[in-house]
Design a protein around this ligand. Structure first.
Ligand code: ZN
Ligand code: ZN
Length: 599
């Protein structure tokens, strides 16, 4: 592979010389600024060979560097070997940002090229300011990697379906009314939406253009009266097209969005989200005044309504039952069958697929044995995966897309006898997970302020973890959504507050490179906890239902309240999952939900 990468970099450098470009920046991005990208826009991976989901590649004639965060350092280190691309450890104190690097390294007058069609307006501003300061030229009009990419995949052509009742709990018209209310507050005539999950939510539609995320390629332009959806109409069955027309939604070709923006009447006001719209697309909207705000849908969809929550609770029961079937098999198969990290993925997905409403996994399963668990985003492949044998810890992070909700759960189980050190680490992570689960806090609290609750017990060991503690989770939608993020690294954002109806993950971890990784993850629902003379308070309801392994617990490290929380949780798990299970899986559930003192 490195030789293919070397050739691609050579081709890029050749075209850079021809076009007078000194540095080419390739972000991990697409025209919708998606987190998971259709193959067509995986240019950073194609050019660098680095397969992680986040990173920025910078190529000059005498340098090539890939910036990625701590989750991916180990992986990038091995995947970049032999490519001549230097790993830039983003977030480490001595690593400059790509902007600072460019300012420090490039001579005045040099040209930086970034494709504006995959660059958010917000990110473009940062580059523009950095370039102005250093006397550099920023060019966003060319897609250089696209010019040297033979056989570049075309756009995906998945089908689109209606997300209908009882799974959909909102009406298209109601959603549009709510968006228009926000547009009125901004005195906007139009609102442009490019974020795929926002579009799918707004129109009660789901697609399969991107693995794991039930979305489809589209842009939307919402006016005070008109609603224009720019999508490949061939993806929609005839009946659905008629349904949308009846709701006043006009379908136009996907690629016509730029022309439509160019034709908006002069002087009208267009509401755009600078973090969720590309600078390249907005250049087309030359005649309208642009008003900036967060996409109204981004905030609306984060607060699940009562009917959605009821569906999610039911979905969690089926998801938990599927996991019990998996774990019962896993324990009985040890020593009898050859089990690998890949078998685990297959078995879990098969167990979920037997449950009603299952659509697909919600992300690529992470099944990580021993030291592999220390890489938080490790993925086993047919070429490189471990066989489960001997003693050790197995970390499994997996999730499902169901018509009635999206799940995301991590459990760690021991094979053989866990060591005292492993028990200490595991119990510290569990204490952090319990602390956040039990939190009571003022409504409207910035979500990052909750982070220290989960990290406290891990910090006490002199340890920490490099990822966030919690991300928002969609409703049969992307497993990662905003605006809330429980992470002290999250940038200050007035919209990133914890509000009732939000579903957020709770996933502290502790990773010992070369030895083991521990993460325990449940999904939480923020609910009202009452009002006092200090205002409204919220608490969390744990939505995820699956036993938390007790063989790894050092019981002496838990106080009475933590033990009571764990026993109470297991009582609930047993009560709600028992009716959905039988035979060995039911026996396994009963054995693994006994009180801690009896376990
Ligand atoms: Zn997870
Ligand atoms: Zn998660």
């Amino acid at each position: 592979m490195p030789s293919a990468i070397v050739q691609r970099l050579e081709a890029l450098r050749r075209i850079m010389r021809e076009q007078g470009v000194d540095a080419c920046v390739v972000p991990t991005s697409d025209p919708h600024l998606s987190e998971y990208l259709p193959e067509r826009w995986q240019g950073r991976e194609w050019l660098s060979g680095f397969t992680g989901s986040a990173g920025t590649l910078v190529v000059c004639q005498d340098f090539a560097g890939l910036w990625t965060d701590s989750r991916y350092w180990e992986q990038a280190d091995s995947e970049l070997r032999g490519s001549g691309i230097q790993l830039m450890r983003a977030g480490q104190a001595d690593t400059p940002s790509p902007h600072d690097w460019a300012i420090g390294r490039l001579a005045r007058g040099a040209t930086i090229s970034i494709d504006g069609q995959v660059l958010s307006r917000q990110a473009w501003r940062q580059w523009r300011d950095a370039c102005q300061e250093a006397g550099l030229r920023l060019d966003t009009g060319r897609d250089l990697p696209g010019m040297i990419w033979p056989g570049r995949p075309g756009p995906p052509a998945g089908t689109i379906t209606a997300h209908a009742a009882p799974w959909s709990c909102r009406s298209r018209r109601g959603n549009l009314d709510a968006v228009r209310e926000d547009m009125r507050r901004h005195d906007a005539h139009w609102h442009l939406i490019s974020a795929l999950d926002d579009i799918a939510w707004l129109f009660n539609l789901r697609g399969n253009d991107i693995p794991y995320n039930p979305v489809f390629l589209a842009h939307a332009l919402v006016g005070r009266e008109a609603v224009r959806l720019f999508v490949d109409a061939a993806k929609l069955p005839e009946a659905l097209r008629a349904e949308l027309a009846a709701d006043g939604i006009e379908l136009e070709p996907y690629e016509d969005i730029a022309a439509a923006l160019a034709c908006l009447p002069e002087g009208e006001r267009l509401l755009v989200d600078p973090a969720r719209t590309t600078v390249g697309l907005l250049e087309s909207a030359a005649f309208v005044d642009k008003i900036e705000g967060v996409n109204p849908v981004h905030l609306l969809k984060s607060r699940k309504n009562d009917a959605e929550i009821a569906n999610v609770r039911q979905t969690m029961e089926h998801d938990g039952a599927a996991l019990c079937e998996f774990f019962a098999w896993f324990e009985s198969a040890q020593g009898r069958e050859r089990i690998t990290e890949l078998t685990i993925d297959e078995r879990i997905t098969a167990a979920r697929a037997r449950r009603p409403g299952f659509v697909s996994p919600s992300f690529g399963t992470i099944a990580a044995w021993r030291a592999n668990g220390a890489m938080p985003h490790y993925h086993a492949t047919p070429a490189a995966h471990a066989v489960i044998e001997g003693d050790g810890l197995l970390l499994i992070d997996s999730g499902g897309q169901y018509l009635g909700g999206t799940t995301d759960i991590t459990r760690v189980v021991p094979v053989g006898t866990p060591t005292a050190e492993q028990q200490r680490d595991y119990t510290a992570v569990l204490k952090g997970m319990i602390a956040l689960s039990r939190a009571v806090f003022p409504a409207g609290l910035p979500a990052y302020a909750l982070d220290a609750l989960a990290r406290g017990p891990i910090w006490r060991l002199g340890a920490d973890y490099g990822h966030g503690t919690g991300h928002g989770v969609g409703y049969f939608m992307n497993v990662h959504e905003g605006p809330q993020s429980i992470s002290w690294r999250a940038t200050a954002n007035p919209h990133a507050v914890m509000a009732a109806g939000m579903i957020t993950s709770n996933e502290p971890g502790l990773y010992r490179p070369g030895r083991w990784g521990i993460r325990i993850e449940n999904l939480l629902l923020a609910r009202p906890h009452g009002t006092t003379e200090f205002g409204d308070f919220l608490r969390f309801e744990t939505l995820t239902l699956c036993p938390i392994d007790m063989r790894c617990i050092d019981a002496a490290m838990l106080d009475t309240e933590e033990t009571a929380w764990l026993d109470g949780y297991h009582d609930q798990v047993r009560e709600r999952l028992s009716p959905l299970l039988e035979g060995a899986a039911l026996e396994w559930l009963r054995a693994r939900t006994r009180p801690l003192a009896a376990a």
